[in-house]
Ligand binder design. Structure first.
Ligand code: 0WD
Length: 256
């Protein structure tokens, strides 16, 4: 389909082919969008470079952006602005917590681990939203990825759950700030998907088994399904939707 032909989208957080960001990239590519990728460091740059030929993109812009650094964010969006005066949207697919804090008691979270998880997983959305706003000259759509562990207690998700709660609230405040510029801000709450980030969470495989047994669709979610929902939220199909969290989780969130 040609839903997004001629539109420019920034995708942050492709680490490898299993990344949810890559599922979103494939869906946006399929819909005709031009893609701009940001990566965290040299190692991930090579990974993204290897993947890009799978898409039918021309001259894809690849920009380094470490979201823990204001300077890196400024440089990245400055570089993007030089090549793309107008951007139509951004997918923020970034999170991090210390592995040792994704197991055991939440009350054992360190000050440092608490701050780091919030900085990379929640504040980064605020910072990149501010940075991309001047490029969204014709309105636009910002999308982030969240998880059920921010709405209720999910075993071992711990500090990442608390950071996701902060991210979810940030979506609402950003949506309210930016609505007057016809910029929408939404999230997708994805069901558990086996990715690099997910490997850090203790007991992740058991969690997948529970989803297969209990979710209304009786199966886990895949990145392609998140990609399809992303097309909706990032396109004009969702022109009336902002501050929303769309669960793409085989329906698991309704199960008590
Ligand atoms: O089950 C899952 N996998 C779910 C993931 C369920 C629901 C939500 N999510 C969320 C994650 O919390 C995250 O927000 O989806 C988002 C994408 O995560 P992913 O696709 O599961 O994981 P991954 O492929 O590892 O991508 C996350 C990436 C990083 O990868 P690594 O694994 O290298 O930390 O976030 C990026 C990095 O590419 N990232 C950063 N980017 C810029 N600056 C930084 C940073 N400082 N730190 C991490």
């Amino acid at each position: 389909n040609n839903l997004l032909t001629g539109k420019n989208f920034i995708i942050m957080g492709v680490a490898n082919k299993r990344s949810i960001a890559w599922g979103i990239a494939k869906a946006l590519n399929e819909a005709g969008a031009n893609l701009i990728f940001t990566y965290q460091g040299e190692r991930l740059k090579r990974e993204v470079e290897r993947l890009i030929p799978e898409l039918n993109q021309e001259n894809t812009l690849l920009v380094e952006c470490d979201v823990t650094s204001d300077e890196s964010i400024d440089n990245a969006f400055g570089t993007i602005a030089q090549q793309y005066p107008v951007v139509d949207g951004l997918a923020h697919c970034i999170a991090f917590a210390k592995r040792e804090e994704l197991t055991g008691d939440f009350s054992d979270t360190s000050r440092d681990g608490f701050q780091l998880a919030h900085d990379i997983s929640a504040f980064s959305l605020v910072a990149v939203s501010k940075a991309v706003k001047p490029l969204l000259k014709e309105g636009g759509s910002i999308l982030t990825l969240t998880y059920l562990g921010g709405e209720r207690v999910v075993k071992n998700y711990n500090i990442m759950g608390v950071a996701k709660a902060s991210l979810d609230a940030s979506v609402k405040y950003l949506a309210n700030d930016f609505g007057q510029y016809n910029i929408r801000v939404n999230s997708i709450s994805a069901g558990p998907i086996r990715t690099l980030a997910a490997k850090g969470i203790a007991g992740f495989n058991e969690n997948l088994k529970v989803i297969e047994e209990k979710a209304p669709l009786r199966r886990t979610t895949n990145p392609e399904e998140v990609g399809k929902a992303a097309i909706f939220l990032l396109s004009d199909l969702a022109s009336g939707v902002t501050g929303e969290n769309l669960h793409v989780d085989s329906g698991y969130h309704i199960i008590g």
